[in-house]
Design a protein around this ligand. Structure first.
Ligand SMILES: Cc1ncc(COP(=O)(O)O)c(C=O)c1O
Length: 368
């Protein structure tokens, strides 16, 4: 059986380094917001090309605290892709605002900038873009729309560590770039972890307070904050993996190259653009008979995933929050299939998946 992903196998490659730094942190006696967090923040800011990095507890908090830091009037409208992962929308709601859905482009899965003018109202204050599956949004068009209308921009980079548009990293286009280091991410920790990058001194200062009860100085509370601190162990382990991130990305891009060259033409491949450096957090194909194809692949020994089975506007939790119909999101959620593409997979594994695809019965090949 070919697993969709094996995190243990991916992490074993760095075992000696990981064990060494874990022991160092345990011996240090200092476990939350210390030297390792400060060093990781410095190294990650440099990697992304941002002035500041603020470590937080997870990606959802990175988004929520960043949206709060924009200081918008309560109930402001925030534009967000209709097919994003639910966390992007939860962050807008948690920050006290109203998510307004914008349909994506089917080929790139990302927010369609051509649809922004139709959803703009006097209450619109920000755009929250998600660089879904490791692909970059059209930040040139989105940023110029935001500038024209005085909107804040928060980037959800939970799936786009190291992805670039015209040589510039995701996370550096908006007011804040929000990262998750959930274990399955391209830069994955060993538990929950997240970070915000920004060039804005005010936002950085606010986040340094709000992640820690609203306090940057012990027992002095300037804001209503939360407990969303990055711990020393995660930071130290992330520092090790950050040093290997480019080689992990190269590996995934090489695996994607095998899919692009070898999958049969009846599979709808993810869209590609010359100005984009896609990091393939997920290799998402589309097929009308997705569920039957997925079941057949499993019978042949290939595990796949679906990202995601239910679109946000159809989630029970979103009743009364997200209204209207979103046919492109519906269609993507019905047709998307995620193929194995992880650091733990070899080129031979991916060749094998492609060979199995060539044996798919005719009845399952129908496109459309
Ligand atoms: C697009 C997207 N946004 C936000 C999140 C939230 O990150 P976390 O799970 O670290 O809270 C995730 C990951 O789970 C994600 O994939």
């Amino acid at each position: 059986m070919l697993e969709y992903e094996s995190l243990a196998q991916s992490n074993l490659a760095f075992m000696a380094e990981l064990e060494e730094v874990a022991a160092r942190v345990i011996r240090s006696g200092w476990y939350v917001l210390g030297k390792e967090v400060a060093a990781f923040e410095d190294e990650f800011a440099r990697y992304i090309g941002a002035k500041h990095c603020i470590g937080v507890g997870n990606g959802l908090d990175a988004l929520t605290l960043s949206i709060q830091a924009l200081d918008m009037p309560a109930g402001s409208e925030v534009l967000v892709a209709s097919n994003t992962y639910i966390a992007t929308i939860l962050a807008i709601v948690r920050a006290g605002h109203r998510p307004v859905l914008v349909e994506p482009e089917s080929e790139t899965f990302n927010m369609d900038p051509g649809r922004l003018p139709a959803v703009l109202t006097p209450a619109t204050r920000a755009i929250c873009v998600t660089h879904l599956f490791g692909k970059t949004c059209r930040m040139d068009d989105i940023s110029s729309f935001a500038r024209q209308h005085g909107l804040g921009v928060v980037e959800d980079c939970a799936q786009s560590h190291g992805a670039k548009l015209d040589g510039r990293m995701t996370g550096t286009f908006g007011d804040a770039g929000c990262f998750s280091f959930y274990p399955t991410k391209n830069l994955g920790a060993f538990g929950d972890a997240g970070a915000v990058v920004t060039d804005d001194d005010r936002i950085a200062d606010r986040l340094r307070h709000t992640r820690n009860y609203g306090s940057a100085k012990k027992y002095v509370n300037e804001y209503i904050g939360v407990n969303s601190r990055l711990d020393e162990l995660q930071a130290a382990l992330l520092r090790v993996k950050l040093r290997h991130l480019d080689e992990m990305t190269s590996h995934k891009r090489a695996l994607a190259g095998i899919y692009f060259s070898n999958l049969p033409e009846w599979v709808s491949l993810p869209g590609r653009r010359d100005d984009e450096f896609d990091v393939f957090h997920i290799f998402a194909v589309r097929h009308r008979e997705r569920d039957a194809l997925r079941a057949w692949l499993l019978e042949q020994g290939v595990k796949t995933e679906v990202h995601y089975p239910i679109p946000p506007h159809r989630q029970k939790a979103m009743a009364g929050i997200l209204e209207g119909s979103y046919p492109i999101a519906d269609q993507l959620h019905e047709t998307e299939l995620s193929l194995p593409i992880s650091v733990g997979h070899s080129p031979e594994d991916i060749q094998r998946v492609c060979e199995i695809f060539r044996r798919v019965p005719d009845a399952l090949r129908r496109t459309g």
